[in-house]
Design a protein around this ligand. Structure first.
Ligand SMILES: Cc1cc2nc3c(=O)[nH]c(=O)nc-3n(C[C@H](O)[C@H](O)[C@H](O)COP(=O)(O)OP(=O)(O)OC[C@H]3O[C@@H](n4cnc5c(N)ncnc54)[C@H](O)[C@@H]3O)c2cc1C
Length: 396
């Protein structure tokens, strides 16, 4: 098998939200890139994951010219409902901090960004294999891979962006001697369903319940997304659709103050593990990590996709100033700047998770309830939640 060599300013590994958005932002800055993705475009587009966009992500997508469909088809939410047995409180983020959130699925963000990539006419390779990174500490790093036709290729770049998620090859390419891993596990997971039924709520319901946490989210006016706290080692085979809907009805308070949960056909279901994970630094030589490649948060604070977007907003500017204009300050500061927001969101996601998930003993439950009541009744506490949930500025 022969090797085809090429060169380009930036190679981006991974076409998830981080990689696709970085490719688009670099294109707007006039910086060319090649995008590599191990899966097919259809697979990436169909992957059901996040769905809440914070205000800074919406502004970023708008500013990058990929916010039109989001504005037309997305749902703007002023806040969330916070609930425990017999009580439901609405936190109005717009009143509290002047910012809202938008419901627009990761699948839709991905579609919009893939279209923008296609319109830019820049090189993308899907269904690649054997991706490896080389010479990261040199001026000419390269990425080797086998393309979908089985041709072995090598692309020499000035910078490599590792946007390949938690399991990709970029983070492991950083030597152990310079990388530090910060990790926290949780003794529970989320069972998530996508249901072909109109949401039973106008805005998301986050529910604390003695049986465990539940969340009523949605993807559109016609499709609901709901979650249940389950044991970390639980098996989806233990959960029939009936059992899921019964548990959701109990935990979300069906019948409470006249509210009812409407069940419907389950389109998709699965169990997602919960972890907090940060790898530092986010840059090594000419490799820059962004998104889940560098950090993972439990989904309770709806931060995963938003953090990925914030990383690449910083990274695109840093790479453009460096590769186009020869100024290295932002690239040199990238890891420290991005990590400020990463740690803030890591704390917020951990805090929301600990407040809402049943764990520990009855004493712990009373502390959780005391905290929930405080958030619901104190404007200062509610504003702190709202400020983090609706999104801190990109360069926080
Ligand atoms: C199952 C699941 C459910 C989730 N649900 C929610 C949710 O409900 N709410 C929420 O806020 N967040 C959720 N998240 C988190 C959110 O989806 C992520 O934070 C977000 O996708 C991060 O984007 P990313 O581009 O950094 O990484 P990813 O989306 O993981 O994208 C990385 C890309 O790199 C590709 N890749 C991997 N290896 C290679 C390789 N060797 N070569 C080339 N490409 C490669 C992958 O195929 C993938 O397309 C969920 C995550 C998962 C895994």
């Amino acid at each position: 098998m022969s090797t085809v060599s090429d060169s380009v300013p930036v190679v981006i590994i991974g076409a998830g939200p981080a990689g696709l958005l970085l490719a688009h932002l670099l294109d707007l800055e006039g910086v060319e890139s090649v995008l590599l993705e191990v899966r097919s475009a259809e697979y990436v587009m169909g992957r059901i994951r996040a769905g809440v966009l914070e205000s800074s992500t919406v502004e970023l997508l708008d500013g990058a010219g990929v916010g039109d469909r989001l504005r037309r088809e997305g749902m703007e939410h002023r806040g969330i409902h916070l609930q425990w047995p017999e009580e439901r409180h609405h936190l109005d983020f717009v009143d509290l901090v002047g910012r809202s959130v938008w419901i627009y699925g990761q699948t839709e963000v991905t579609k919009d960004l893939m279209q923008a990539r296609e319109a830019a006419g820049q090189e993308s390779h899907y269904e690649v294999s054997s991706v490896s990174l080389h010479g990261l500490e040199s001026d000419r790093p390269s990425v080797r891979f086998v393309d979908s036709d089985g041709v072995r290729r090598e692309i020499v770049a000035r910078a490599v962006a590792g946007c390949d998620g938690f399991h990709g090859p970029s983070r492991p390419a950083i030597p152990d001697r310079v990388q530090q891993i910060w990790e926290h596990g949780y003794p529970y997971s989320w069972l998530g369903i996508l249901a072909d039924v109109a949401p039973s709520t106008d805005e998301l319901i986050y529910a604390w319940h003695p049986d465990g946490f539940a969340l009523h989210s949605m993807r559109s006016d016609a499709v609901s997304r709901l979650y249940l706290q389950v044991d970390a080692d639980d098996d989806i085979a233990n959960w029939s659709d009936d059992r899921i809907w019964t548990a959701l009805a109990t935990r979300l308070g069906d019948g409470q103050h006249g509210w009812h949960l409407t069940p419907g056909p389950v389109l998709d279901k699965g169990i997602l593990p919960m972890r907090s994970f940060v790898a530092t630094p986010m840059r090594h030589g000419r490799l820059f990590l962004a998104g889940d490649a560098a950090h993972v948060v439990p989904p309770t604070g709806a931060k995963g996709l938003n953090l990925a977007a914030a990383d690449v907003a910083l990274l695109s500017r840093a790479l453009a100033e460096w590769l186009r204009d020869g100024r290295t300050e932002l690239a040199d500061a990238y890891s420290d700047t991005a990590l400020r927001r990463v740690w803030r969101c890591t704390h917020f996601s951990w805090w929301m998770t600990n407040m809402l998930h049943r764990q520990g003993d009855d004493f712990d439950a009373q502390l959780q309830l005391a905290q929930l009541r405080w958030v619901a009744r104190s404007d200062a506490a509610a504003a702190a939640l709202a400020e983090n949930y609706a999104g801190l500025p990109i360069g926080y």
